[in-house]
Design a protein around this ligand. Structure first.
Ligand SMILES: Cc1cc2nc3c(=O)[nH]c(=O)nc-3n(C[C@H](O)[C@H](O)[C@H](O)COP(=O)(O)O)c2cc1C
Length: 323
């Protein structure tokens, strides 16, 4: 599941930011397209940046940095809730951002700001910072006025329309966070490892690692269940019918987090397959399949295999003019 942090960017006692961040989190938590977590930078008690090595090296010496890095790395995208201090964001948020580098890269972000002019100048500064961090900042934003969305500048009473605006902001952050996931994981490589090391190499320990526990097979073979158990059964059945089973990948194409692979399976028929007793024949057949890879794991599968050709090669169907 896509994970989005709602980052509370002010640390001041009596801060207005807390009510704003809780409100954003409450709206987000009603959605089912991502998991949302409120992250309060104050809880990490970060001093002024005190790491000797540049953050881009990821060589963190201090426990507070390691804890902050682990938390930020665990998300696919962010919603920064920022005050406007002197026409910029808070020093505390900028400092917390500066502590890390790789943990932010190739993710998405959106902004909810507040101030006398809606905090928009803070967001403009943050957008420049995001560019350097390789964070894709979405267009939709929510600007809350100290005059109209707070009572007496201290009690948060947001206008109704902002709830809709938060939804629109989250739509973009979730969509971009998902789209960028394929940049952070080499999705083709995940599928290639399954094809070459699990299917061809029989590495079933790797199978357990690569397939998500809630994996769904949209095109299960007859007699197998449409889940991880079903694929495990199928892969074992293929390897016992064709002990030298191997798969050669011709090409792979990626769209978003879905990898399509065109490959040729081959092997010698030494065990029962599709109800046919072993023939000792060497068979080759083509397969095209699509696998969705999320968070480094295979979560869905759609596929077609040229089983008609296999049956022909095993003598179970008439050979057409082409063979
Ligand atoms: C140091 C400081 C500077 C501020 N500068 C601005 C400003 O430039 N523009 C603005 O609209 N509001 C400014 N404000 C008002 C804040 O936007 C307002 O106090 C807001 O509630 C601060 O967020 P917080 O309560 O979460 O700390 C400033 C407040 C502080 C404390």
């Amino acid at each position: 599941m896509t994970r989005i942090a709602i980052i509370l960017g002010s640390t001041r006692p009596g801060r207005n930011g807390e009510a704003v961040a809780r409100w954003v989190h409450e709206i987000a938590a009603a959605r089912d397209d991502a998991d949302f977590e409120l992250v309060d930078i104050a809880e990490y008690r970060l001093p002024h940046l005190d790491e000797a090595a540049p953050p881009s090296l990821g060589q963190y010496a201090h426990d507070h940095t390691k804890a902050w890095a682990e938390k930020i790395a665990s998300f696919d995208g962010y919603v920064f809730v920022t005050p406007e201090y002197n026409h910029s964001t808070s020093g505390a948020l900028k400092n917390a951002i500066d502590f890390l580098y790789g943990e932010w890269n190739n993710k998405a972000a959106g902004f909810v700001s507040y101030g006398s002019a809606g905090g928009t100048r803070a967001v403009e500064h943050l957008r420049l910072v995001m560019g350097e961090l390789q964070v894709a900042d979405v267009r939709n934003q929510v600007a809350l006025s100290l005059f109209t969305d707070f009572t007496d500048f201290a009690t948060f009473t947001p206008a109704e329309r902002h709830t809709v605006a938060v939804g629109a902001l989250l739509d973009q952050v979730v969509a971009w966070s998902r789209a960028l996931a394929s940049l952070r994981t080499d999705v083709k490589e995940v599928v290639r490892r399954n094809t070459e090391r699990v299917q061809s190499g029989g590495d079933f320990a790797l199978f357990e690692e690569l397939f998500a526990d809630d994996f769904v097979d949209h095109t299960p073979q007859p007699g197998t269940t449409p889940d991880k158990d079903g694929v495990r059964v199928l892969y074992h059945a293929l390897r016992s019918a064709f002990p030298d089973f191997s798969a050669k990948i011709h090409w792979q194409a990626v769209e978003g987090d879905v990898v399509t692979t065109y490959k040729t399976y081959s092997g010698t028929h030494r065990g029962e397959f599709l109800g046919l007793a072993p023939t000792g024949e060497h068979v080759e057949f083509e397969t095209v399949d699509a696998m969705r890879v999320r968070d480094g794991k295979i979560t869905e599968h759609w596929g077609v295999a040229n089983l008609y050709s296999v049956l022909q090669q095993l003598g179970a169907l008439p050979v057409g003019a082409e063979r």
